[in-house]
Every structure is written in structure tokens, then in C-alpha cells.
Design a protein around this ligand. Structure first.
Ligand SMILES: [Zn+2]
Length: 256
């Protein structure tokens, strides 16, 4: 996603403390310029995605099982799923408007996609059809195409892995859901194409710089998105966003 990852070195504990002060003003400006360009690109892509999901949600009629005034037909699960889908879509729009960083924009795309998946599940159940499986997202960058995971049952996967001689790279590639491209990179001993986040780091008593780090290494008090692959896991994120929790955490990062 970004070309200059050298600045990540600044946060690694192995890097001696004195090197942090070497981040010059020009280097800091390069980081900020690259971040701003990535943000602009992502904003355009995610806006288009959220708009497209909105068009589908508006154009699709709700199944009768979601109606509040249809005794004998109303299905509380369908009603709950529809309410979640609309909250997730509303949260995606709010994130798009109020994004402080790239993971907020990624979360907008993930929540809009999940709204559509949940909505499709309600329709499939109402029509007596099999419910499509939600996409498994790439942990390293939840904006990537769906993570490739074998569909064999978990027990068979364990047996197959136990039979196979697993080296450290295979073990690393299996540790998290990864899209084919990130998985190939890990197997080749390279870094996957990680979604970055901009965080403050104190260079001296008087000077703080902003550096890019993998979104999943951002402290939870600064971001909702580091623990849930930008809203890919768990159902609590739409309501937290609608209550403004993402803004509170971004403000905590700014005060750091
Ligand atoms: Zn990926």
C-alpha cells in the first residue's frame, strides 16, 4: 500500500532509543505526504463502495419476515439482522465523514460490505435458500480480496497440517487469515501489504513525530480497529461508531 516502510523501524523495540531522534523534518514530511496521498485514494475508493452498497440497500425490498406488524410472520432474528445491517451502513457513512486515519476508512468499507452480507442472509433465509457465507477478510489489510481459506472441516485441516512438515514461514502464513497475495509474500519471507495507521511517537521531551505502523499494532485506546480487523469480527462496532467512540479514541491519540 505504501512504499516507504523504513519509518516503522522507529517503533521497533530493538532499535536503540537514540535513533528515534534521527527522524528529520524532511523525513517526517515524506511520511505525512505519503499518508495524505494514500488517504485521498482510499477516500475515493471507499466513498464509491459505500454509495454502491447504499444503492442496493435502498433498491431492495425487505422480506415480510422483518415487518413489525405482521403477527405470525415476523421473525425476530430477521428483524435483528436488518436493524444491524442498517446500523452498520449508517456507521460506514459516519466513518467516511469523520475518518481521522486510514483504518477508519477501511472500517467504513468493511462495515458497508458486512451490511450487505447480513441483508443478503435475511433475504436468503426468508426465501428458504442457503445463506451465503460471509467473506473472510485478509487480516493484514481488510481491504484486500477475501482471504483464501480451504473449505474442508476444521478437524481435517488439523490432520492435514499435522501430516505436513510445517516450517516457520508456513506456520506464519497459517497464523492469520490472509489473501492470496499476502500469503504468498509471507511464504516468500517478505512483508505482506499491510494497512498502515499514522500514530504519534515521542522523539524527545519537546518533539513528537507521526509514523506509520501496521494498523493492528495501534494501541486500543487510540483506535477501535486494531483488534477486529477494521470491524471484520464481532457485531459491536456499528453501535460504538454511532456513539462516537472512534472519535474519542482518535482524540486520545492526538493528545498523546
Ligand atoms: Zn492481504
Amino acid at each position: 500500500m505504501l512504499r516507504r516502510w523504513w519509518f516503522m523501524e522507529r517503533l521497533r523495540p530493538a532499535v536503540p532509543e537514540r535513533r528515534a531522534g534521527e527522524l528529520s523534518k524532511e523525513q517526517q514530511q515524506l511520511v505525512l505526504d505519503e499518508w495524505a496521498a494514500a488517504r485521498e485514494r482510499l477516500d475515493r475508493l471507499v466513498s464509491a463502495r459505500v454509495t454502491a452498497v447504499g444503492d442496493v440497500l435502498r433498491a431492495t425490498e425487505l422480506p415480510s419476515s422483518t415487518g413489525p406488524l405482521t403477527p405470525g410472520v415476523a421473525d425476530p432474528r430477521a428483524q435483528g439482522d436488518c436493524a444491524w445491517a442498517f446500523d452498520a451502513f449508517q456507521a460506514a457513512g459516519k466513518l467516511l465523514d469523520e475518518a481521522a486515519d486510514l483504518p477508519d476508512l477501511a472500517a467504513a468499507a468493511v462495515l458497508a460490505d458486512r451490511a450487505l452480507e447480513r441483508f443478503a442472509a435475511v433475504h436468503a433465509r426468508a426465501a428458504g435458500q442457503p445463506v451465503p457465507k460471509p467473506a473472510e477478510r485478509c487480516f493484514y489489510n481488510p481491504l484486500h480480496t477475501a482471504a483464501g481459506r480451504t473449505r474442508e472441516p476444521v478437524r481435517q485441516q488439523h490432520r492435514r497440517r499435522a501430516r505436513r512438515r510445517t516450517g516457520p514461514r508456513e506456520a506464519a502464513a497459517d497464523r492469520r487469515p490472509a489473501c492470496p497475495s499476502c500469503r504468498r509474500a509471507i511464504l516468500a519471507g517478505q512483508a505482506p501489504d499491510v494497512l498502515p495507521a499514522l500514530v504519534p511517537v515521542r522523539l524527545s521531551r519537546l518533539r513528537t513525530a507521526r509514523v506509520l505502523v501496521p494498523y493492528y499494532s495501534v494501541p486500543q485506546q487510540w483506535s477501535l480497529w486494531s483488534v477486529c480487523a477494521c470491524g471484520a469480527y464481532g457485531d459491536e462496532w456499528p453501535s460504538l461508531v454511532l456513539r462516537g467512540e472512534h472519535r474519542k479514541r482518535a482524540a486520545a491519540a492526538r493528545r498523546a
